[in-house]
Write a protein that binds this ligand. Sequence first.
Ligand code: ADP
Length: 253
Amino acid sequence: MDKDAKIKKLTSENERLIKLCSVKSDMVSISAHQIRTALSALKWIIKMFLDGDLGKLNAEQENLMKKAYEGNDRAIGIVSELLLANKTENVTEKKYNFGEVDLIELIDNTVFDFSGEASAKGIEVIFLKPEKKLLSIQADKEKMRVVLQNLLENAIKYSNSHDKVFVTLRENDGLVEISIKDTGVGISEEGKKKIFEKFYRDPEAQKKEPVGSGIGLFTTKKIIEDHGGKIWFESSESKGTTFLFTIPIHRKQ
Ligand code: ADP
């Protein structure tokens, strides 16, 4: 093989490996997010038992519930580490599985998954459902779930205790528009320019929540744009933030 042919072969092999690596990293990130959300939902259910919200436990039941709580907490820690370790990986190359998605049901489930975490901070998440039932949209359900998880997680994370987070959904001109509104720390003027950049975190947000990767919004924007949608926000410092995004109801072929 001559020199040029070797270089060509190595370059194409390198490109294939980069692509493969990126797909794997994306899968790790999406799965880890989902596992963590499911574990968090479980955590607050166990906590309700431990707090006696569902009736007083006997000593043996309490002991077992404590073990379940601790084991679950350890698992959340491991998954969070995994997410952190994966954060430097690329999230660009992705495979989408498009299908019919019932967005109202998906939002309902995601809001439920975060309800424990929110109520532990005294925050209420309210989904204002549209009066007219929306028909399904064409989307990748698991990736849409990641979008909703990221935006809801942020709204709760950057809210103050006893705040309310409102989620709305409306249909307009072939698009669905979803908004997630909080009354938390808000985004600085500098942050407004950089918020969708990978790894960017606003100083105020960091003060409020030291743990974060600055990758959630980057991924969220990419997923929305890959669906043919748009994401934007309205925010004022220490007053709150509303993230809005659109997704076309029907996918262009
Ligand atoms: P992370 O939350 O892990 O830092 P994200 O990519 O999800 O990463 O968000 C990037 C940055 O955008 C956050 O660090 C924060 O500064 C800002 N941000 C995102 N959502 C909100 C929000 N609802 N309110 C205030 N700031 C936000």
